[in-house]
Design a protein around this ligand. Structure first.
Ligand SMILES: CC(C)(COP(=O)(O)OP(=O)(O)OC[C@H]1O[C@@H](n2cnc3c(N)ncnc32)[C@H](O)[C@@H]1OP(=O)(O)O)[C@@H](O)C(=O)NCCC(=O)NCCS
Length: 175
């Protein structure tokens, strides 16, 4: 046994293991339709898995988005999932760090997330006010909308985020 975590692109053969992972990590929420839709996208979606001791231990997805008519690429992070038996071992953090590095290589200048600020704040995410989510968020979720810049230049982007089709579901943006 080792605690080394390998991050690689997900493969079409990972589908069943990923569905098991999502079933275990989200017992009260069915994210499998979103997972399938994202994995079925032909381009603009980057999906990485974390392997630990030969097992699929975690998964992260980044969807490339735009704001208004601008060319600048912004990535939406989500979902992020770590198997319950591998949680609190740094795998989520490794997926975020390595994912940010890889989407920077794909030309993204900023990453947005709808998630717990207590967790994402550890990775430099801050409340996002200039770029709006595609659907209005409930009041209690407003502070969950966050971003991190991937370039040294501060982004001037503002407007509504245009997300790829798998995210065109209002229920993904409200409790
Ligand atoms: C949230 C999740 C991805 C974190 O992955 P992980 O590999 O366990 O996280 P890491 O080991 O990198 O970091 C663990 C630290 O984050 C903290 N943490 C985990 N989930 C947290 C959360 N939702 N809010 C705040 N802190 C959280 C842990 O308390 C731990 O802190 P410690 O190191 O001070 O003890 C994982 O717990 C998970 O998949 N949960 C179920 C699915 C989920 O909620 N996903 C949405 C993410 S917003």
């Amino acid at each position: 046994m080792s605690d080394a975590t390998d991050i690689r692109d997900s493969l079409s053969t990972d589908g069943a293991a990923l569905e098991d992972l999502y079933g275990a990590a989200f017992p009260d929420e069915n994210l499998i339709p979103l997972l399938r839709d994202l994995l079925g996208e032909k381009e603009g979606v980057f999906s990485f898995v974390a392997m630990r001791d030969g097992a699929l231990a975690g998964h992260i997805v980044f969807s490339m988005c735009r704001v208004g008519g601008r060319d600048e690429k912004i990535a939406l992070l989500g979902p992020l999932t770590v198997s319950p038996r591998f949680q609190r071992q740094g795998i989520g953090g490794t997926l975020i760090h390595e994912g940010l590095r890889r989407v920077t290589g794909e030309g993204a200048t900023q990453v947005l997330v709808l998630g717990d600020p207590a967790y994402y704040g550890r990775f430099g995410f801050e409340p996002e006010c200039r770029v709006s989510p595609p659907y209005d968020l409930p009041q209690e979720w407003r502070t969950a909308w966050q971003s991190v810049s991937l370039s040294s230049a501060k982004s001037e982007l503002s407007g509504t985020l245009f997300v790829p089709k798998p995210w065109h579901k209002p229920e993904l943006w409200a409790p």
